[in-house]
Design a protein around this ligand. Structure first.
Ligand code: PGA
Length: 244
């Protein structure tokens, strides 16, 4: 049996509903969980539903730590399109998360020491319990971009042409050319992965993933080597080759 379980969702709403329940389960089962969160259009509704449920159900999240998966570089952290602004707006501020409970890359004047700093904080928190990921149009995971080879660990990366057109940054005042990201090493070390596939123009990346071949040209394909991945996909957009 595959360690990647595919879950067909009727639409984006249903996907978000299911994903938000997975998040709720993670924090209720482990009130000290460390949760790594992707940004972008895919998890937007999931986070909004998650925040509503935490509030409605009065769940104590004071010991939960959130980790930012990646960040665009060389734009101010508080600019509109950053992953920071996204997470502050959709999770951190609405849930009143204490600053020490949010592990987050800086976006300016960073070098490899920033990776070290973030990795140490994750380690001090006992590692990532649940990692929420989206699929890039080019098959990327976080900002682990396709190529002939991959950097295994957290690193600074030059963005692929597709990624430079991402909705979050394409209208940025300064062109965004680089990013910082957890590497596949940190992602694969997460105890559980919630992999969300939704949005336009991703059928080709999704089909490639389902070939079940691990390739640096499709960084998301490394998830086949993880033991505990739940892939939720929006069936209004994607036709699966595999289902279980
Ligand atoms: P999206 O981005 O959720 O906005 O489609 C996903 C990604 O590029 O990783």
């Amino acid at each position: 049996m595959d360690a990647m379980a595919f879950h067909r969702c009727a639409d984006y709403q249903a996907l978000s509903e299911k994903a938000s329940e997975c998040l709720i389960r993670a924090i209720t089962q482990n009130p000290q969980a460390t949760i790594c969160v992707a940004t972008g259009g895919t998890p937007l509704l999931t986070y909004s539903m998650f925040v509503s449920k935490v509030k409605q159900r009065n769940i104590d999240i004071s010991q939960i730590t959130f980790v930012k998966l990646d960040e665009w570089l060389n734009i101010p952290l508080n600019a509109d399109g950053t992953c920071e602004t996204f997470l502050q707006t959709h999770i951190i501020q609405p849930l009143n998360i204490a600053p020490e409970r949010f592990i987050s890359f800086r976006s300016q004047n960073v070098d490899d020491k920033e990776c070290q700093r973030v990795i140490e904080l994750i380690t001090q928190n006992g590692g990532i319990d649940l990692c929420v990921l989206g699929l890039g149009k080019n098959g990327h995971l976080g900002l682990n971009e396709p190529g002939d080879s991959l950097e295994p660990a957290c690193h600074i990366t030059v963005l692929d042409e597709h990624t430079r057109q991402h909705a979050m940054i394409k209208d940025s005042e300064q062109p965004v050319e680089c990013g910082i990201t957890l590497g596949l090493r940190e992602i694969m070390a997460a105890r559980e992965i919630l992999f969300l596939v939704a949005g336009e123009r991703k059928q080709s990346a999704f089909s490639k993933l389902q070939e079940k071949k691990v390739s640096c040209q499709t960084p998301s394909s490394f998830l086949w080597m993880h033991q505990n991945v739940h892939c939720l996909y929006d069936s209004t957009r994607f036709t699966p080759n595999l289902e279980n």
